[in-house]
Write a protein that binds this ligand. Structure first.
Ligand code: SAM
Length: 338
């Protein structure tokens, strides 16, 4: 980064929410479409996707992210829906990677198209990648995703490793009676392949969230079970987000537990989400939002746009209420940018 550019970056404490949390991370949804139909995420046959004209263009996304970068955002995760379905994604990555202030660009994907795109994404500036993978058994994977082929994900993971995306983190939503008998298998798989592993609790959101919650599994139980078999030492992971990490003795593997329900982590929340239509969501589990698309299309730019972003951050709620008010959020994870 040139000196001129780094001087142009405003001090990061601009983006402080009403509860004193510094916002330095944006999860950016580039599409709400997905090529998988995980039963707990999207309803079967779901077709109600955002119209093309309502999606932010690359120019509009870049404008917002440039303003966020100037205000102190340092990390951007590209997500969806399935982000690799967005045409020319590596081009967008390259444009975001070049923005002053943005130091860390990552992608969350189901890896179905990763064999095709891993090299181009890495080349364009993606450093690390998160891959959702709930089962290592082909038949079960097909059931959970309503028809997808596990082999394609495994090929995608292989490609990620080969091009040097590091770390590769596997995200497994742990569900009672669905895949809870596979947590040890997933640990062994990640040890063998040098991946990081994170277990995630189901969250009651979207109409499919009730499907997820039927299978809710408290991850404290999973941790207790794993500690009978493995030596778990508390650990940290740079850029590890809300997960609480442990190292598995005798290996390089770090496992993280993301526990929005059994032990929420809202007091350290440092993020906001931007959906595909340019709405900023302040919290995954609340409705507080700030629509930016019309402002952008009316020509709002620069200091005025930054003023809107600051106003939005001023609306960030203290915490989600998944426990107190489950299912109050009807939008899908894939719409908000999970
Ligand atoms: N397509 C990308 C992927 O597969 O990682 C990014 C979007 S996907 C919506 C992001 C994550 O949300 C996935 O790991 C998925 O398992 C998770 N997810 C969706 N609905 C959920 C729910 N109700 N509870 C917990 N996790 C959920």
């Amino acid at each position: 980064m040139s000196e001129v550019q780094s001087e142009a970056v405003t001090p990061r404490d601009d983006l402080i929410d009403p509860f004193g949390r510094t916002i330095e991370y944006v999860r950016l949804s580039v599409t709400d479409k997905c090529n998988l139909r995980c039963f707990y995420c999207l309803p079967e046959g779901h077709k109600d996707f955002e119209e093309a004209g309502n999606r932010l263009s690359f120019d509009e996304i870049e404008t917002v992210m440039a303003a966020f970068g100037e205000l102190g955002v340092r990390r951007v995760r590209i997500t969806g829906g399935e982000p690799l379905l967005r045409k020319d994604l590596p081009t967008l990555v390259g444009r975001l990677a070049a923005l002053p202030g943005i130091e860390d660009l990552s992608v969350s994907t189901n890896a179905y198209l990763l064999e095709r795109d891993a090299a181009a994404l890495k080349e364009a500036g993606v450093g690390r990648i998160n891959v959702s993978l709930d089962s290592l058994r082909a038949d079960r994977f097909r059931d959970i995703t309503r028809g997808a082929e596990l082999s394609r994900v495994l090929e995608g993971l292989q490609a990620a490793r080969e091009v040097g995306l590091d770390p590769v983190k596997i995200n497994m939503v742990a569900m009672k009676g669905i895949n809870d008998d596979e947590v040890e298998d997933m640990v062994e798989f990640c040890i063998e392949n040098g991946f990081t592993l994170r277990f995630i609790e189901t969250m009651p959101l979207g109409t499919s969230g009730s499907e997820a919650s039927k299978h809710y599994l408290d991850l404290q139980e999973v941790k207790a079970r794993l500690s009978e078999r493995y030596d778990l030492t508390p650990s940290v992971m740079p850029g590890g987000g809300p997960a609480r990490y442990y190292r598995i003795g005798g290996s390089e593997l770090k496992i993280g537990f993301i526990t929005p329900i059994s032990q929420h982590f809202c007091e350290t929340c440092n993020r906001v989400r931007m959906s595909v239509d340019g709405t900023l969501y302040m919290c995954l589990g609340q409705e507080h939002n700030y629509p930016l698309r019309d402002l952008l299309r009316d020509g709002v730019r620069g200091e005025e746009l930054k003023g809107h972003l600051l106003q939005a951050i001023g609306m960030k709620p203290e915490r989600h209420e998944f426990r107190e008010k489950p299912y109050q959020i009807v939008r899908f994870m894939s719409a908000t940018g999970g």
